[in-house]
Design a protein around this ligand. Structure first.
Ligand SMILES: [Zn+2]
Ligand SMILES: [Zn+2]
Length: 385
């Protein structure tokens, strides 16, 4: 593939220079002043503020509109997102929306098909022709984001470099404190947040599983989620980008989703969008089936069975949601009833809920059998061939 790209001097110097600056300044500082408990605290606070501003703010709120956020929240993201030195939200989202629209294609700004390092950081270090800012009219209309876009480098410098310095000055005192805060909460933190974000574009398109779709290179990597505030569940995200969660199960490590959820309790976020369970699991079934059949023609009978399983599963979940809602409503009204009457009604509700769960379990069992017979069917194909 041919790229007529020229090096972007500013970005390249920044991406190469910052790790060197962080390394040498940490060494110098350690030799000169040692380290106390203050520097790591400043590092962690800025790491969280900037990291979450990218994952929950730039990514899930601004790029994908998975929920709504009040202006103090958007301002927070604008300030600390700028401090992450990953460009303005408007430009970041323009690139990211294109990445989803054209994943792995030529137009994908950080397509992993152009190489791991390209997707990781090289794409930032070159000029890919004229800068395209598109499909972000909604963000350009947001006054906070328009303001951030106009003053991105000044805000980044003040919030990302000067502010941690001031924090160090206040906590440790003097030039020593300012340097400590600036080096740990500024330089070192910028590098770590940078590469954590970059890994989502490189590693999460290279290593991991594809339970939800094989249509593109995106992958689920729980390990990566530990370093990226939950962004490692990238195959899920590419399949269901409207969901505010990336790790959809409660035990999936996804601090961004917890942050967004907790913020909703105090009215800072609302309308958190979730993809229904039935859609997630049926998509998983279809993908597993596709993968096992390896793209070969399978008999109509097996195909029909798959459709049946998916239908049963969806029906089961739809019913379950209905029954649970009914039960909730009944609980609210129970005070009007005698203890005995409520007990009977409660039992009846529970039985109906159980029936739905049994139907879902049945669909899952049928699917398991289908997968086994598919395996035999494929073997049959192999011997015939
Ligand atoms: Zn995305
Ligand atoms: Zn991606």
């Amino acid at each position: 593939m041919e790229h007529r790209n020229s090096i972007n001097i500013i970005n390249s110097s920044f991406l190469v220079g910052m790790p060197l600056l962080a390394l040498f300044s940490v060494i110098f500082y350690s030799l000169e002043y040692g380290i106390s408990w203050v520097e790591p605290i400043i590092f962690v606070v800025f790491y969280f503020a900037c990291g979450l501003s990218i994952t929950a703010g730039y990514h899930r709120l601004f790029s994908h509109r998975t929920h709504k956020a009040a202006w103090p929240m958007r301002l927070f993201y604008a300030l600390f997102g700028a401090a992450a030195f990953q460009n303005s939200a408007i430009k970041w989202c323009s690139d990211h929306r294109r990445h989803h629209l054209k994943t792995d294609k030529e137009e994908d700004p950080y397509s992993v098909k152009k190489g791991f390092m390209w997707a990781h950081m090289v794409w930032v270090m070159v000029d890919q022709g004229e800068e395209i800012v598109e499909h972000v009219e909604d963000l350009q209309a947001d006054r906070i984001l328009a303001w951030q876009d106009r003053h991105i480098f000044l805000i980044g410098f003040l919030v990302g470099i000067v502010l941690p310095g001031v924090a160090g000055f206040l906590m440790l005192g003097g030039m020593h404190g300012f340097l400590g805060g600036m080096i740990y909460g500024g330089f070192l933190r910028v590098v770590i947040v940078h590469h954590a974000t970059f890994l989502v574009n490189s590693a999460a398109h290279t290593w991991g599983t594809q339970p939800y779709s094989t249509a593109n290179t995106s992958r689920d990597s729980p390990i990566l989620s530990f370093f990226t505030f939950g962004e490692g569940y990238h195959n899920f995200h590419h399949t269901f980008q409207a969901d505010y969660r990336n790790g959809h199960k409660w035990y999936h490590w996804d601090p961004s989703k917890w942050w967004i959820k907790v913020a909703s309790w105090v009215g800072m976020t609302k309308e958190l969008h979730r993809i229904p369970k039935k859609s997630i699991e049926s998509q998983k079934m279809k993908t597993a089936f596709e993968k096992k059949s390896e793209g070969e023609d399978v008999s109509n009978e097996l195909q029909a069975k798959l459709t049946q399983c998916v239908l049963q599963l969806r029906k089961g979940f739809t019913e379950l949601v209905k029954r649970r809602d009914e039960y909730k409503l009944a609980k609210l009204e129970r005070r009007k009833e005698s203890k005995e009457a409520w007990k009977r009604r409660k039992e009846a509700h529970k039985v109906r809920i159980k029936e739905c769960k049994a139907r879902i379990a049945e669909a899952r069992k049928d699917f398991k059998h289908l997968m086994q017979s598919l395996k035999l069917d494929m073997k049959g194909h192999a011997t015939v061939a």
